[in-house]
Structure formats: C-alpha cells, structure tokens
Design a protein around this ligand. Sequence first.
Ligand code: BGC
Ligand code: NOJ
Length: 814
Amino acid sequence: MKFGHFDDAAKEYVITSPKTPLPWINYLGCEDFFSLVSNTCGGYSFYKDAKLLRLTRYRYNNIPYDSNGHYYYIKDGDTIWNPGWMPAKTELDSYQCRHGLGYSVFEGSKNQLSAELTMFVPMGNTCEINKLTLTNHGSEHKEISVFSYVEFCLWNAMDDMTNFQRNFSTGEVEIHGSALYHKTEYRERRNHYAVYAVNTQLAGFDTDRESFLGAYGENSAPEVVINGTSKNSVASGWSPIGSHHIKVSLAPGESKSFVFVLGYVENPVAEKWDGPAENGCINRKPAEELLKRFDTTEKADAALAELKEYWNNLLNHFTVSSSEEKLDRMVNIWHQYQCMVTFNMSRSASYFESGIGRGMGFRDSCQDLLGFVHLIPDRARQRILDIASTQFVDGSAYHQYQPLTKKGNADIGSGFNDDPLWLIAGTAAYIKETGDYSILDEITPYDNDESKSTDFMEHLRRSFNYTRTHLGPHGLPLIGRADWNDCLNLNCFSEEPGESFQTFGPSEGPNAESVFIAGMFVKYGKDYVEICKHKGLEEEAKEAEEAIVSMEKTVLDAGWDGEWFLRAYDHYKQKIGSKECDDGKIFIEPQGFCVMAEIGLKEGNCLQAMQSVEKYLDTKYGIVLLQPPYHKYHVELGEISSYPPGYKENAGIFCHNNPWISIAETVVGRGDRAWQVYTRTCPAYIEDISEIHRTEPYVYSQMIAGKDAPNFGEAKNSWLTGTAAWTFLDVSQYILGIRPDYDGLVIDPCIPSTLSGFTAKRDFRGVTYHIQVKNPNGVQKGVKVLTVDGAIADGNMIPFDPSKKEVTVEVIMG
Ligand code: BGC
Ligand code: NOJ
C-alpha cells in the first residue's frame, strides 16, 4: 500500500494522505540553519547545533506523536483548519504534501478556500521562509483570519526540557511592527536571538503560550483562534511563542500571498558588549537586513528558484539513465539527497534522534563522506580535518564531537577501536575523488590542542599504527569498547551474574578481538599503502604491506570458521559468530568487510562466505545482522543481547551493512545477487509495502525488524544512517561500477544479467564523462572492450587527463 508517489520530474515525493504510518519528514537547509518538517508541518529549527542552539520547541514522544511544529491556522467562518492538517485535524477537502530537495509544500483546501504553504531555508541565509498563498475558489467574497504559531525553545534543548525552575522565569520577547523577537539569553549572552516576522500589517499578535492557547488549552484548538482575536500578549517568563494574526479578504478567484520568516540572528562580535544600549534591547539591525531580503513574494520565489537550481547543479555531477525507473530515481535524486542530509546531521537530529543525544560521530561522519564527497569536495575536506582534530596523539579518537564547538565529547570518550581506520577510509575517498594530496600536508591538532599538531599524514599514520599495535592473543585487532557494532561490548565481563552491562567492565581488555576490524585493516590499509607510495614513502609502504599480508594470514588462520568468517573472540577467548555457538553463529559484518578486503579471494573463502550469507542470513526484506538471534541476555556480550530477537543489532536487518554484502557480491562477480541485495532494502523498490515498512519510502532507515521479530519488515530510525552513503557507494561505484581511483576513473560494472546496459554522466575532477555501458550477452561482470573518445583502451581504468573537458566512454561487457 502506498501513501503517495514519486514525481521524478519535480524531484519530489508527493504524499497524498496526512495519515502516513509515521510522520514522513524532510530536511530544510544545507548550510547552517536547519529545520525538520513532517508531512503535517510538525518539526523544529536550529542553528548549526540541534542541542545548543535550538530555535523552536519540539516534544519527542508527544501525544499525538508529532504535534508541535510551525503551524498556520486558517479561520474561515467557524471552520478552523491547517494546510498540513495538523494540529487542528479538521478533515480537509484536499491535502497534499510535496517533499522536495530542501523544501516542502503543503497544499490543503477547505470550503472552496485553498492554502499553499511552501517552506524552505534559502541559500546563504539563516532563516526559514514560509510562503503562504490563499486562494478563494468560491463565488462569494471571503473574510478570513490567519494565525501563525511557533513555540520558541530557550536555545539549549536539553536545558529547555529539564530546568523549569529557572526557565519559567527567563523568557523575554520584543515586538516591533510585524516582527516578533525572541531574546531569551540575550541578557547574558547578547550575541544571538530569533525573529519571526511577516511582510504585512498585523491585526494582532501573541507571544505568550498560555494567552494564545488559553488556560489548559492545546494547540489543536487555541483560544485565540477560536475567538478570532489575538490578545497582543507579551511573554514574560513561561513559554514564549510567536503568533501573528492577519486578516485577509479575498474576492472570488482572488489569491494573496504572505511571506513569513523565522530567522536566527547573530550580532557581529563587536556587539558582545557588556554595557547594553537601550536597556537590554536587542540590536535589530541585522534582523531587519535579513527580513528585507525576503519582504516580497517575488524575493521569496527567487530564493526558492535559487535553491532548486543549486540542487539541480549538485545532482548533475552524477546521473544515470536505464530501463530501471526506480534505480534512476534513487541514484539521480534520493540517494544523493540523503547523503547530503546525513553529512550535515551525522546522527544528531531526526524523528528518532532527539538532537540532544549524539553530536557528530567520528565513525559515522567518516563514512558519510563516502557518499558525499563527489557533491562538495571542499566541505568534505574541511570535515576530514575537523574530525582528525578530535583524534588523540596515540591515533585513537573521541567517538563523538559537538558540531558547534567541534570539540570531542569527553562524556563518551574513546575506545571504539574501529574509529581510527575510518579516517583512512574517508581520506582515501576524498583523494580518489579529487586527486588533492595537499590535504596530507595540513597541520592538524590532536584533541583540538594546537600545541599538539602534526601534518595530517601523521594522523593517518597513527590511525594505521593504532590498529597495528593493538593486537590480541590471536594477532587480531583488539576490539576495545566496540567496533562498528556499538552493541558488541566484549569487555563487559563480570564475575557478578545479573549486573547490567553499562555499570561495569573496563572499556579495554587484553583479549577481546575483532575479525571485522581485521577486515577493515586490510581494506583500508591498502589505501594507506597507496597514499604512502604517492608520498614517496616506499619503505613505510612496504612495512604497511607486510602488516596487511600478515593480517590476511591471521584472518584465514584464526578468523575463518569453515564456511564463513568468525565475528570476534570475547574476553574469555571464546569464539563469537561461530558454528560452535548456540546463538549468534554467523554475523554479517565480517562477511562484508573481509570479502570487500578480498581476504581469501583466490582461496575461495570469499565466495563461500557470500553463499553462507545467502543461506543463513537472507530474508525477503533484507539480510539480518546475525543468526540465530540471542534468545537470552549475555552479560559478556554487552548491549547486543539486550535487544529482543529481531531488533537492532540482535538480528535486525541493519540496513547499513546490506550494501557491504552487495559490494562484496560484486567482488566475487555475482551481479544478480548484488542487485537483489540492493533492491530488497532500496526505498523506491519497497514503496508498495509502505504499510509494513512504515517509514518514508524515499530514504533509508537504520533498521528493519528481522524475521525473528513479531513486526518483521517494519522499519525504524529513518534518515540518519550510514546506509545512505554505503548504498550510494554500492550502486554508483560497484553495481554501475563507475569508481574514482587514485589515477583515474575505473569503469567496472557488475549488474544483473537482465539489464542490457545504461548510460551515465559523471563529473570527475572537473571533467565530464559520458559513459555508455552495453551488455549484449547478458553477463553480470566483465569489461570486454572499453573505448575512450573512440580509441580502444587498455584495461578498464581511464587515466585522468586534465586537458580534456568532456570524455566519451563506451563499454561493452562480456
Ligand atoms: C544502538 C546502536 C547505536 C548506539 C549509539 C545503541 O543503543 O543500538 O545502534 O549505534 O546506541 O550510541
Ligand atoms: C548506529 C551508529 O551510529 C553507528 O556508528 C554504528 O556503527 C551502528 N549503529 C551499529 O551499531
């Protein structure tokens, strides 16, 4: 069952019922100002950091689930309704929500009046624009009222939800004409405030929540809206809101538009004075400049057109055209869009991440780069250096950092032993995409301490060496607190049965080892070798190569279980992910990574591991993380077995590592299977089962309930997942096979035998490649002939030639 449809020409998903199984959201903003907006106008805004500078308030776990947002109430006679249906929930005569790239449009109509509300964050500005157009489709004149409503957050979202003894007395506002200013904190900080304004005269306003809603009132039926008259309330403490009242008269057939702007304003640094002018009144100048930029419909429309143009240009760097409509739609639009969002948000703010928990993840952000780097390489470069600045001198790293300060999060600390290697992964992707080796020379601090700085190459060296020098009894890498699988906490041992895993156990231990990290070490170690060679560090490259060869041997000796790769050894040196185990006999992660690293490729281990995945882990909705699930809690394994069977890391379909298997299948040349794995979790391919899948059909979710869960097939944690980057990598670089490499572009498709070919356009280091792939014999992999500008090439790598601007490539598979 579907709740809407894709509109590929407009690059939108069109939701046709407000009652989607869960809120289906979109992200506005791709620079510093962001808003989350659901298909019923729920959501909130923040500047740079969802925890520290939150503009509007949202209540997670609310009842109903999604009932605070940026709302517009229309009062037409006695009928009160909202263009996005919520929160009044008045049945609409028509409803549509179009989520586009960085904007959302809500179209509602009731009693021959239609409202079109367009929400977006204009490029280069720190505000959200809400353009509201009202049209009278009836034959009678209409006199209506519009009430806007946002509830301000007192900036620090965590404090806002907890510190009521203080917060009920700090709220302050100012009102100037049609602009409502929220200035809580201005008294002591004086460097930021919010403004919410509209480009027309007001009939009234409210800034105090209780005055607007009424005592014991709720936002589904605010007292002010019911009475049709604002109270002109001026908030003092309690809960400041912003509500404008405008009166609109519409002749039959007439339309009127209004532009509302919700802005974040930062005073110039010089304004951080300690003797305020005008008794603590805000400096309105920067706000007025901001508002002036959008004070007409034409200006707002131009800003929207600019945003669309921006996205069209970005997405134009990589496009595909094939007989598979859904593939084209995902590659050309939604994969790349989700990559941008995950790059911006890391795992901080979604409808499942509250914005106050996690900031930027070291591991997560490095992986997000893999799918983002072709879009805006400069931002990827800066991100790499920011991430590296949170590394410790020994090569280990803070697991998370706060986007605003870019400082490592000391509460979480370090000890996730896969982290250092992800830095090599992200850097290798950046260099392959750009050819820019100068990043290696950037002087970069450790732990954000300038006095502890080296060049960036040294950071990579310490990353590589961290793994190399932290090996356990079998010579495999020590796992530390966890590797990619946050919940496999093998150093959580206890002599006291029944204790909770969080309350004891060292984060490091001398025994617990990870085969997964070994796979990473081999895969990304090879990139490290390439980078050393490029720097002329031959000796170092040789030593690194030896360490890699030795690790491969160790994996085959101590990390192979007969039919698949083992997962780990625990603190007691017991095998994890082995046929000898009762539960958790086989895990997905080492199968993906060891095969991507080509460990035992010649010896047949890789093919065998893939066959085992298919045999033991496959389901119709995707590949589960492990089998059988842990049926009881194991203190020595940590969080993993705290989940009921079939959820999350305990045998859920963790979408993130499905593309690892799809890529691994291309390594062994099985294009049909790589494709099957790709399509099984791919949003566009499962749109028809939205009532089962439940999350947005245009983006990935972190997890789909596995076959051991009662709700098999139900997804959770949409949007912020490494799945975005990895699936784009999978489909673009391994299935379509257009893969940047150090010296040029490799073309190596591995496609289903039923696909007769495709064409693609790929910008690479400023050169545009027009690629046509033909598959006349229905093979799954293999390039028989590759011609570059008409000349037959040697092999399937097109050396980068900066003297060209356009290159035509023809590939005959066979
Ligand atoms: C979740 C993991 C997540 C971790 C983040 C765990 O509870 O199961 O998926 O990575 O929290 O801290
Ligand atoms: C989600 C986390 O963001 C990611 O870092 C981790 O690898 C996976 N969960 C698996 O535990």
